[in-house]
Write a protein that binds this ligand. Structure first.
Ligand SMILES: Cc1ncc(C[n+]2csc(CCOP(=O)(O)OP(=O)(O)O)c2C)c(N)n1
Ligand code: SF4
Ligand SMILES: [Mg+2]
Length: 349
């Protein structure tokens, strides 16, 4: 009798902690096909998988908007919360103060951050809380049918022909000015650059602010928009070519120190920045701000790592927060003894 042999299924690829990429995915996206936000979710999945981050260690934070929906589409086994529109920073700050073991990943929109949320955003940037804060920047309120947001360029047009009369807020310049310690801009369509910048942001021990131009195909991808796929492709000026070497890969890279700068991050991972056309120094705030202003005046979109400071103390260290999550502490460690309370009361008499 003939026997049929079933071929063995190919072994699944796993990362350094033994997980398949599938474990880093989330629900199926409900965003429009071609929306830049979907490409950013894909890069987040790749970055976390390739770095071997435990999905359950990640806390996902967002506000309200199409962009803020996207944490549902990656790391399905991580906890996530949609705060009120523009109020994600305070929720993320509270969560990180309560449990510094978490890896905070915030996803916001340009409206969520720079319009209604700008008050919370500026205070997050000055505190240097350990968080990766991504702005999925399409220059409009995608979820509410495409009105201009505060990052829309002056003179850019809505689909209806309405012209934006107000100058934009540059979230990268603002973040650098205020004290964020890893500040970059990228484009949802630039897989290599975005992946390297995301990995660097995840390895950084402070506030990493990534403004990612992410075209809205439904409301802001037409001629006259400066956040359309074609405009960004034509005006993207990368500052440098970026490679990321994780701490667990013992790779020696030969390079000419005159052309490549090495940034060593908190966990020992390295960013290799190959300069393309200038002597750019990403540790100098003034240089970063100059590059941003010059690019804006020329109508260019400069991308790459603008600024990094690996030395500044983060907010949790500054407040001397303990390593144990507060929720796990027994009463004996959170409640002052009666004697101490009596002394306090006495001192107030
Ligand atoms: C307090 C409050 N004000 C207004 C709204 C309506 N609203 C929901 S999303 C949104 C804008 C979203 O824009 P953005 O953050 O850029 O996200 P996108 O949809 O473009 O990704 C607005 C105004 C709201 N939900 N809550
Ligand atoms: S409306 Fe725009 S921002 Fe929202 S999902 Fe569609 S393409 Fe993306
Ligand atoms: Mg938007």
């Amino acid at each position: 009798m003939a026997t049929t042999t079933v071929p063995p299924s190919p072994p699944q690829k796993v990362n350094r902690i033994g997980l398949e990429v599938q474990e880093y995915r989330g629900s199926k996206t409900t965003l429009c096909a071609g929306c830049g936000h979907n490409a950013i979710s894909e890069r987040i999945i790749e970055a976390c998988y390739e770095l071997g981050i435990e999905p359950q260690r990640v806390a996902k934070f967002s506000g309200i908007g199409c962009s803020s929906k996207s944490p549902a589409y990656f790391l399905g086994s991580a906890y996530g919360i949609n705060a009120v529109h523009g109020r994600m920073p305070s929720v993320a700050t509270g969560a990180m103060l309560a449990n510094r073991q978490l890896l905070a990943l915030g996803v916001s929109g340009d409206g969520d951050t720079a319009s209604i949320g700008v008050g919370q955003f500026v205070h997050l940037m000055r505190r240097n809380l350990p968080i990766v804060y991504i702005i999925e920047d399409n220059g409009c309120y995608g979820l509410t049918k495409g009105q201009f947001s505060a990052t829309a360029d002056i003179g850019s047009k809505l689909k209806t022909g309405v012209v934006n009369d107000l100058p934009p807020i540059d979230t990268c310049a603002l973040a650098i000015e205020l004290g964020a310690t890893y500040v970059a801009r990228s484009f949802s369509g630039d897989k290599k650059q975005l992946l390297a910048l995301l990995k660097g942001a995840l390895a950084h021990n402070g506030t990493s602010m990534l403004d990612v131009i992410s075209p809205c195909v439904t409301f802001n991808d037409h001629e006259g928009s400066t956040k359309s796929y074609s405009y960004v492709k034509d005006h993207d000026e990368p500052l440098e070519d970026i490679d990321f070497v994780p701490f667990f890969e013992d790779i020696t890279v030969d390079y000419d120190p005159g052309t490549t700068r090495e940034i060593i991050l908190h966990d020992g991972s390295r960013l290799l920045l190959k300069k393309l056309d200038s002597e750019y120094d990403p540790t100098k705030k003034q240089e970063a701000l100059r590059v941003l202003v010059e690019a804006h005046d020329k109508g260019e979109i400069v991308t790459g790592l603008f600024y990094v400071d690996t030395k500044r103390e983060n907010f949790l260290d500054l407040l001397n927060m303990m390593d144990d999550p507060l929720a796990t502490l027994p009463e004996s460690r959170v409640r002052p003894p009666k004697k101490v309370l009596d002394e306090v009361m006495q001192s107030l008499m």
